[in-house]
Design a protein around this ligand. Structure first.
Ligand SMILES: NC(=O)c1ccc[n+]([C@@H]2O[C@H](COP(=O)([O-])OP(=O)(O)OC[C@H]3O[C@@H](n4cnc5c(N)ncnc54)[C@H](O)[C@@H]3O)[C@@H](O)[C@H]2O)c1
Ligand SMILES: O=c1ccn([C@@H]2O[C@H](COP(=O)(O)OP(=O)(O)O[C@H]3O[C@H](CO)[C@@H](O)[C@H](O)[C@H]3O)[C@@H](O)[C@H]2O)c(=O)[nH]1
Length: 468
């Protein structure tokens, strides 16, 4: 069996960084080099101060501290790392296309293709190339054609090894994955490549959790897993509106259905809408592929998950406006949280961005406190929507370092992220310093509603009988 001695990972992002850190920690005999064209990001990965790593993930600093400089390296020299490696992970971003055919739907594969061409140009020895990025089904074929036809005559095996970690729990998920999926060519050399990668994971993952399959099934399983997860969130969010209208309570409904072992209790938390860099992108990708094959009913079925999610975000913003006597013009609306979920500094597709944007359209003043997201990031997120000028966004957004100043004098508080610390705040003190009536819109259902009501707050929770 091929023994892997050197691994290169192209892309030092939310997936490449943590995944390679864990692989290196668990395989001290393998040299792992993570490369990126983003010099600032690489410098941050190399920062001696572990609180300055480019991404925030609980437990990541400890793993990096153990492996970095021993057998884990972060570098900008992509060619050198490719040249030396026996196994190359491609872990670059695959965003939704913003131009041309498939705009707003298809995955933009330009970064993947650039990687393939770079590998083809540089490689002088046989390589196993591992797709770690999430890709449309049959992308491996395109990568193989580029490598075989433009390369230096060396031989390549392409594996699909999608990543299932969730942000905020990345290290936990990597240490103890439900499964590791490896798709490869159905041939002797294909199977040998699969086993080489399986042995890397075998350092800490039990063999029965390492699934071997063909490349197309592996690629499609990743999109399908995300589509199913997102679909559960949209399903419970659809029911949340019905609960509000009918007097049922979505938490009770989720509990009751979740105890059915066929349904299961996870991913049934009603919310202001799912965010993150993956769910929407991957469903659009699935929808686009289905349309490409002429499968319109399949495409429409999955697209509804996104339509429901957009509606849920909009509905939350509209509820704030109607509750605040149909106007938020010049009112202070305080946001607790901006990240797309707790325990991450990632804001991609966060519901907070869209809710803020809708409220700014109504001329509200948004004041935000998030424990991990910077002001610069929030402004970048708003500017990216292109709804209004940067100056106008700056006029409507104030970012606070202290939650109590963010909440002082607010007409309404909206909880956008489920950070644990929000539950422990001194809510009496907050109430005393707010405009009255004091409204709380709990977009994550994390606060103790009864306690808040006793203090005097008027509370709107997702999927409950609410203030009208
Ligand atoms: N974020 C997640 O939780 C998650 C989980 C599972 C799978 N995925 C998938 O993994 C892939 C990466 O996601 P991410 O969140 O880590 O993205 P990211 O944007 O955080 O990181 C990607 C990195 O790749 C670098 N890059 C792009 N082109 C390059 C090139 N040619 N050479 C060198 N570096 C290059 C970028 O500079 C960037 O730092 C995506 O396909 C995503 O769908 C993400
Ligand atoms: O019951 C729930 C569960 C999640 N969410 C929201 O859904 C979004 C996504 O959450 P989560 O799936 O936990 O985080 P991600 O990091 O986006 O991880 C998803 O996307 C990754 C990228 O593909 C996959 O690897 C993971 O398996 C998959 O869970 C977040 O906004 C959550 O707040 C809810 O609203 N209710």
């Amino acid at each position: 069996m091929t023994q892997i001695k050197k691994i290169c990972c192209i892309g030092a992002g939310y997936v490449g960084g943590p995944t390679m850190a864990v692989i290196a920690q668990k395989n001290p005999q393998i040299q792992v080099t993570v490369v990126d064209i983003n010099e600032e990001r690489i410098a941050a990965w190399n920062n001696a101060d572990l609180s300055k790593l480019p991404i925030y993930e609980p437990g990541l600093d400890t793993v990096v501290a153990e492996a970095r400089g021993r057998n884990l390296f972060f570098d900008t020299n992509v060619d050198k790392a490719i040249d030396e490696a026996d196994m190359i992970f491609i872990s670059v971003n695959t965003p939704t296309k913003t131009y041309g055919k498939g705009k707003g739907m298809a995955a933009d594969l330009k970064y993947i293709e650039l990687c393939a061409r770079q590998i083809a140009r540089v490689a002088k020895t046989d390589k196993i190339v591992v797709e770690k990025s999430t890709l449309p089904v049959r992308t491996a074929q395109a990568i193989k054609r580029i490598l075989d036809q433009t390369g230096n005559g060396v031989s390549y095996q392409i594996l699909s090894n999608p990543e299932f970690l969730a942000e905020g729990t990345a290290i936990q998920d990597l240490m103890n994955p439900d499964r590791v999926l490896i798709g490869g060519e159905e041939s002797d050399t294909g199977r040998e490549a699969i086993e080489a990668l399986a042995s890397v994971y075998g350092a800490w993952v039990p063999q029965e959790r390492i699934l071997r399959t063909n490349v197309w099934s592996s690629e499609l399983s990743k999109l399908t897993a995300n589509a199913f997860l997102a679909q559960r969130v949209s399903s419970i969010n659809a029911i949340s509106e019905l609960c509000e209208a009918s007097g049922a309570d979505v938490n009770e409904v989720a509990k009751a259905i979740g105890m059915d072992s066929r349904i299961g209790s996870k991913f049934l938390k009603a919310s202001v809408g799912f965010g993150g860099s993956c769910f929407q992108k991957d469903i659009f990708n699935l929808v686009y592929i289905a349309k490409t094959y002429g499968l319109d009913e399949v495409a429409d079925y999955w697209e509804q998950v996104i339509i429901m999610n957009d509606f849920q975000k909009r509905r939350f913003a509209e509820r704030i406006v109607t509750t605040l006597f149909n106007t938020v013009n010049d009112k202070k609306i305080a946001f607790l949280g901006w990240a797309f979920k707790k325990d991450t500094n990632d804001t991609r597709e966060s519901a907070a961005i869209y809710v803020a944007n809708d409220l700014m359209e109504e001329e509200a003043q948004i004041h935000v406190f998030d424990p991990k997201v910077t002001e610069q990031q929030m402004l970048t997120d708003l500017d990216y929507l292109n709804t209004r000028s940067s100056e106008a966004n700056r006029k409507h957004l104030t970012v606070h370092q202290d939650p109590y100043t963010a909440l002082e004098n607010a007409h309404g508080i909206a909880v956008l992220t489920e950070w644990d610390e929000f539950k422990t705040y001194d809510w009496q003190r907050i109430y005393n310093k707010m405009q009255k009536p004091a409204f709380v819109f709990d977009g994550r259902n994390i606060l103790d509603r009864k306690q808040l009501e006793q203090i005097g707050f008027e509370v709107y929770s997702i999927g409950a009988a609410n203030i009208k």
